[in-house]
Ligand binder design. Structure first.
Ligand code: NAD
Ligand code: USQ
Length: 398
């Protein structure tokens, strides 16, 4: 299959691209390298030393003999470039990872809020419009988030995208319907995924585009079998207060002797999936497109749920790391239960990699290996969800 991976230089996109190329697909990465630019802006670097995109692709060719193409296109700003790429390459599927994905970054200030909305909504909309204009039959696989649902479920299991409801229609009796599960985003970033969801529903209905939206939980881990083949193929490992996600942060903190930063009571329960399973899920989604005219397929891409303080305790028990309860910089429920249906991927053959001591140790070992690259001043989460007054943006960043 010919597959375009938008955002293929990122934490998920890179290992997904390698996996798809490894199993024989023809892969082209489209990325504007904005994530690397944000590293510079924040003065934070991946803990692992990631090679340039050119060196990554040259290494993949050297190691496997397989070629992955690369196009530097800003899919949010350069519609013509995206359209030309789509009509020239004519992919069978486009996997869309190309969005600003950090909730804390999206909440930093008015510039990052507006950037996140402009970038994410335009990237998605440009892609949909370009496919319609091209007249090609292209399956879109989008990386969404569990956060579109919010994390409070009133005891019920979160279904895969659609909720069965009954409406009291008066003299017409009780009417049964399926609706998109009501959204409850917890950050500007998560809100953009809610907006994406409406764009998908519209284009699937109006233009009969074939679309799969993957509501993904928090990724943990760093290596996949492909990224391990050569040092130049190594994946990024974010640990800073904006881009580092909770489990990888805790493992890195344990490795460098920094107290595990539990926000608030640590009673927040979230969904998780290992990075190797993410790559497998992308493959399964690409191989199982919806039919033309079918509504958007929504899969919950997660394998287990955990409470933040339980994760901290587990890692502390393994590593001896100190746990520190810090004031929560976010506005979120202090405690929540989370039950999530993930039957589709399990039905398609996903065999989950559950959180286990050995795997946690493996990630901690990676973090320890590169601990001399850690900048401890970048670890605290400083982006606040509620602000008292208008915050300026440094000159030159406007
Ligand atoms: P990432 O920031 O590492 O990668 C995103 C990539 O997209 C980067 O390489 C960036 O340069 C590129 N990009 C962004 N805007 C672009 C644009 N306008 N044009 C071209 N390229 C652009 O993020 P990630 O962790 O790999 O996440 C990928 C996707 O998966 C995101 O959409 C995110 O919302 C979703 N997701 C991630 C996680 C997680 O834990 N990392 C969990 C759930 C969902
Ligand atoms: N947390 C801590 N300590 C930390 C970091 C985080 O207690 O040092 C807490 C947060 O307050 C939050 C939870 O851990 O309650 C998860 O935070 P996170 O940063 O790991 O995850 P989140 O902000 O939700 O975002 C990440 C990805 C995002 C993706 C989302 C999936 O960055 O792209 O969409 O996970 S989900 O969480 O299922 O919505």
């Amino acid at each position: 299959m010919k597959i375009a991976v938008l955002g293929g230089d990122g934490f998920c996109g890179w290992p997904a691209s390698l996996h798809l190329s490894d199993i024989g697909h023809d892969v082209v990465i489209v990325d504007n390298l904005s994530r690397r630019a944000i590293d510079e802006e924040l003065g934070a670097q991946s803990l692992t030393p990631i090679a340039t995109i050119d060196d990554r692709l040259a290494a993949w060719k050297e190691v496997t003999g397989k070629e992955i193409g690369f196009e530097n296109i800003d899919v949010a700003q350069d519609y013509e470039g995206l359209y030309d790429f789509i009509t020239t390459y004519e992919p069978d599927a486009v996997i869309h990872f190309a969005e600003q994905r950090a909730a804390p970054y999206s909440m930093k200030n008015h510039r990052t809020k507006r950037y996140t909305v402009d970038n994410n909504v335009n990237a998605t909309h440009n892609l949909l419009v370009a496919i319609v204009e091209s007249g090609l039959d292209i399956h879109v696989v989008h990386l969404g988030t569990m956060g579109v649902y919010g994390y409070g479920t009133a005891g019920m299991q979160i279904p895969e995208g659609y909720l069965d409801i009954q409406v009291d229609a008066g003299e017409n009796g009780i009417v049964e319907q399926q609706i998109l599960y009501p959204t409850n985003p917890g950050s500007v970033y998560h809100m953009t995924k809610v907006l994406d969801q409406s764009l998908f529903a519209y284009y699937a209905k109006n233009d009969e585009l074939r679309i799969t939206d993957l509501h993904q939980g928090i990724i943990w881990g760093t290596h996949t079998p492909q990224t391990e083949r050569d040092e130049r193929l190594i994946n990024r490992f974010d640990y800073d207060g904006d881009y580092g996600t909770v489990l990888n942060r805790f493992l890195m903190q344990a490795a460098v002797g920094y107290p595990l930063t539990v926000h608030g009571t640590g009673g927040q329960t979230r969904a998780f999936i290992h990075i190797r399973d993410m790559a497998k899920c992308i493959q399964l989604a690409v191989e199982n497109p919806p039919a033309k005219g079918e509504r958007v397929k929504i899969f919950n891409q997660m394998t287990e749920t955990h409470r933040v303080r339980d994760l901290a305790e587990l890692i502390s028990n393994i590593s001896g790391a100190e746990v520190q309860m810090v004031p929560n910089p976010r506005k979120e429920s202090a405690e929540n239960e989370l039950h999530v249906a993930n039957d589709t991927f399990i039905g398609l053959g996903l065999e989950p990699t559950y959180l286990a001591e050995g795997l946690l140790q493996e990630v901690e070992d990676v973090a320890r290996k590169y601990s001399d690259r850690a900048d401890r001043s970048k670890i605290p989460a400083r982006s606040l969800w509620t602000k008292q007054q208008h915050e300026g943006v440094p000159e030159g960043e406007k």
